[in-house]
Design a binder for this molecule. Structure first.
Ligand SMILES: [Zn+2]
Length: 248
């Protein structure tokens, strides 16, 4: 098996946004898609790294672009209630972006009523942490039943509603490639119609070609290093052992 590579670069993303700007596209939020015309909804699902998402948010800000960052509450990978997570939320909002809930339905019982209650709880947590209303949500690795689900979910618009997903052009960089075709070659864009553009910061925010495995291992080691410090800060004798090991 050949080793999968991260093919996109930070510069590619900047050039993509510059093309949309040159084509006269406005960067809207999810509900803005319904207005029609040259509108692009820049959606980011943050599955793995707040740092990569921040790099993307800063790049967008430099171009005057606003996007919506969908974040997980139930993940083991990052913690938005940590000091770092709360600072991240504050920065994202101050850069002019919106925050939405990225909801992982697999963490709960599958009945829709239970899922909506859980999503509501997660939205409230996110609103408390960010100090901003959470108006929209996206599903993390959605089951078929959630793709194209009619109407709002947990009282909020969601990105897989038919009006934003099936009836509006949709392009995604899932797994690091344009599996629905390149966004600029999409019929909707050549005809000046709205587009939902889903990109994951993890695939883009590097300057050189990189191996997916190497990039994931680097992230995992950074997370392990943060956990080690947290354990060391909590249990004195362990902290002394860590300090001793690190000094050797
Ligand atoms: Zn996801």
């Amino acid at each position: 098996m050949s080793e999968p590579l991260l093919d996109f670069r930070q510069d590619d993303y900047r050039r993509l946004l510059e093309r949309f700007i040159a084509l006269g596209y406005d960067f809207c939020d999810l509900e803005g898609l319904a207005l029609g015309g040259r509108r692009v909804f820049c959606r980011h699902d943050v599955d793995l790294s707040l740092a990569h998402a921040m790099a993307m948010a800063e790049l967008e800000r430099r171009l005057g672009v606003s996007a919506t960052y969908y974040v997980l509450i139930s993940t083991e990978i990052y913690n938005l209630a940590s000091a770092e997570g709360r600072e991240w939320l504050k920065q994202i909002c101050s850069l002019g972006h919106k925050v939405g809930l990225h909801f992982d339905a697999t963490k709960y019982a599958p009945e829709q009523a239970a899922l909506e209650t859980a999503a509501q709880h997660e939205c409230h947590i996110l609103e408390t942490l960010s100090g901003e209303p959470v108006r929209t949500l996206s599903f993390h690795r959605p089951a078929k039943a959630l793709l194209g689900l009619e109407g709002t979910f947990a009282g909020r618009a969601h990105t897989y509603e038919p009006r934003f997903f099936r009836d509006t052009a949709y392009v995604s960089d899932s797994n690091g490639g344009w599996h629905y075709g390149h966004p600029l070659e999409h019929e909707a864009v050549t005809q000046g119609r709205p587009l939902q553009l889903l990109t994951h910061p993890i695939w883009w925010m590097h300057d050189e070609p990189a191996s997916v495995v190497v990039a994931m291992e680097r992230l995992r080691r950074q997370a392990a290093a943060r956990q080690r410090l947290a354990f060391a800060a909590t249990v004195k004798s362990y902290g002394q052992w860590v300090a001793q090991i690190d000094a050797d």
